[in-house]
Each structure stands twice: as C-alpha cells, then as structure tokens.
Design a protein around this ligand. Structure first.
Ligand code: DGY
Length: 323
C-alpha cells in the first residue's frame, strides 16, 4: 500500500523530519520560506495531511478550495487561531494541535519576561552593549522586587498554572487569576490562589499581570486603553499568549505616559511586524515569540503531530483533535 502524502509548511526539527520521511511520502520545506495562499491551496489538493504551524494563515478561502485531498491538518503549535476552525469544521476536516508539551517552556519565558521587566534587564544590557556603563552606582537602574509580590493571571489553563507554580513556590508570589471556568480545588489549594470575579478586579490588585488566554476574535484587544488605565502605575504586563489580545497602540501610550511601569512581550499584533514605537521605549522587553523555543519542546511538538497523524492514518481518533 502506498504511503500517505503529507506536506510540511515550514522547516521542522531534523529528528522529526527524519521520522516523517521514513513514514510518509513527505514534502518538506527545506528553505523554510512561508508558503503563499496559492501554495497552501495546492497543498490541500495534493496531500492527505497538511502539517501547518502558527505562522500559516489557513483562511476559509484556502480551506474551501474544491477537490481537496487533505483530510487532516496537523498544526505544530498549541494555539490554532491561525486556522479558520469553523471553515475547517464545515469542510469536514480534522484539525489537531500540540498541547501539554510546551507548557513548562512557555511558562519559563513568561517568568523570564516578568523578571526582566521588573529588574530592567533589557535596559541594563543595552547600557553595556552601547558601551555607556561607567560602573556601579547606588541609584542606577533601580527596578522592583519580585519575591512576595502579586501575580495576576488572565486565563488559568496549563501554561498559566505552570507559571503560577514557579512564581508561588519559587518566588513566594501571591496568585490571583481570572478564568471562565473553576479549576480543581487541589490546584487552588496548592497555589493558595484567589479567583477574581472580574478582569478589572485582577488588574487593580496585581503587581504583575500575565496573559494566558487564546487569541482570536473573542479576546482581541481584551487589554485596551480603559483596562491599562486601571492597572497600578507600578505594574508590569506580560504577554506570551497572542499579540492581538493587547491593543498595542494603547500599550505604547501606557508605557510612554506611565500608566504602567513596564511590559514584557513575546508576541505581537501583526507579528513579525512590530509597531516601531516599541523599539524606542526603554521600559519594554521584547522577545521574538520564543515561548516554546527549546530543543526538547520543539522536538516534542513535532512528535505530537506525528502521533496525531499516525492515529488518523491508522483509522483511530487523534488524541489532540480540536475539530
Ligand atoms: C503555540 O504553540 O501556540 C506557540 O505560539 C508557538 O509554540
């Protein structure tokens, strides 16, 4: 029997590509240039499985192409707001994601941004890189203590809970969270976490606010001018979720005008294009979407896609089905 045909839209870890090559009739993307909408349509016509990632915009227009051969889209990423899920559902396509395997590494990056923002690490590094550091001074680059402060998490899924563990058990932070559903009591007890009834309540109380909700229409500009204005002037905003959860124009004003003290961002509205105003601010730490970027995690994400498509091609239900 011939092997199923799969097309991979971007370059993946070598170990995973080797597995794909041995198991499938695979088309890899060796030069890692993102595929155009037409190339993606063409891929749906020719492959049994399309292996996308979070930078591929899989719109209804692409998904609705007549004569598709593709039955499964294996997304390399826990987030799947890059795919029009309703259109995929209407087209009878199966879509899978890669949950669990990136939880700790993404929580680590959120914690890293929190620490960097609180302790003005980016500013300090720039001082050295620009050869402007003239030596230690009692009043230089004074940041804020993290230990014992209050961390407010918006969204309380796996990544938020992993960050809360690191923050509470490692830094003695108090944990507040806002989430649509109630987590298990054992989790709340372990973290001595307090659930806020409203986002506003959390924003007014937290020293650090970290975002952990999905992207997409439901959360677009959840953090807007009005909400930034009720945060503490000494607070920091951390975003490792999706760029469009924050209104970047409002955030830039908040950072310039001192509504809040700092921000740590791993994701951006319209990334990889970043609002140029961020680049001239001292009180923002910017990372290029590194949340899951460790050798172990990226390989595990690839293996997760392998597991899902292998289930599908052997007539089973993939474990990480989102549609
Ligand atoms: C995801 O998986 O959704 C991240 O944004 C990239 O790892």
């Amino acid at each position: 029997m011939s092997k199923p045909k799969v097309i991979v839209t971007r370059k993946w870890p070598a170990e995973v590509e080797a597995q794909l090559t041995s198991l499938y009739d695979v088309q890899l993307n060796e030069n890692d240039i993102p595929m155009t909408a037409n190339e993606l349509k063409q891929a749906l016509l020719t492959a049994d499985g399309l292996l996308t990632t979070v930078t591929d915009s899989i719109t209804a227009d692409i998904l609705n192409i007549e004569g598709k051969r593709t039955k499964i889209i294996g997304n390399f990423g826990v987030g799947y707001n890059n795919i029009d899920i309703n259109a995929a559902k209407n087209q009878g396509l199966i879509v899978t994601n890669t949950p669990h395997v990136l939880t700790d590494c993404t929580a680590d990056i959120a914690m890293l941004l929190l620490l960097m923002s609180a302790r003005r690490a980016s500013e300090g590094e720039r001082l050295i890189l620009q050869q402007q550091w003239t030596g230690w001074k009692p009043t230089q680059l004074i940041g804020q203590k993290v230990t014992g402060k209050t961390l407010g998490l918006i969204g309380f899924g796996r990544i938020a809970q992993a960050m809360a563990k690191k923050a509470h058990h490692g830094f003695g932070m108090k944990i507040l969270f806002y989430a649509p559903s109630q987590p298990a009591q054992t989790i709340i007890d372990d973290l001595q976490a307090v659930r806020c009834e409203t986002i506003e309540e959390l924003l007014t109380e937290a020293n650090f606010v970290s975002l952990h909700c999905p992207g997409g229409d439901g959360t677009r500009h959840l953090i807007n001018e009005e909400r930034l204005k009720i945060m503490r002037p000494s607070a920091h905003l951390i975003n490792t979720a999706r760029g469009d959860v924050v209104d970047s124009t409002a955030l830039i004003r908040a950072l310039k005008e001192g509504w809040i003290t700092g921000a740590g961002l791993d994701v951006f509205e319209g990334e990889p294009n970043i609002n140029p105003d961020f680049l001239s601010l001292d009180n923002v730490t910017l990372l290029p979407h590194l949340g899951s970027a460790t050798e172990e995690t990226r390989t595990a994400m690839g293996n997760c896609v392998l597991k899902n498509i292998s289930a599908f091609f052997t007539g089973q239900n993939p474990e990480d089905r989102v549609v």
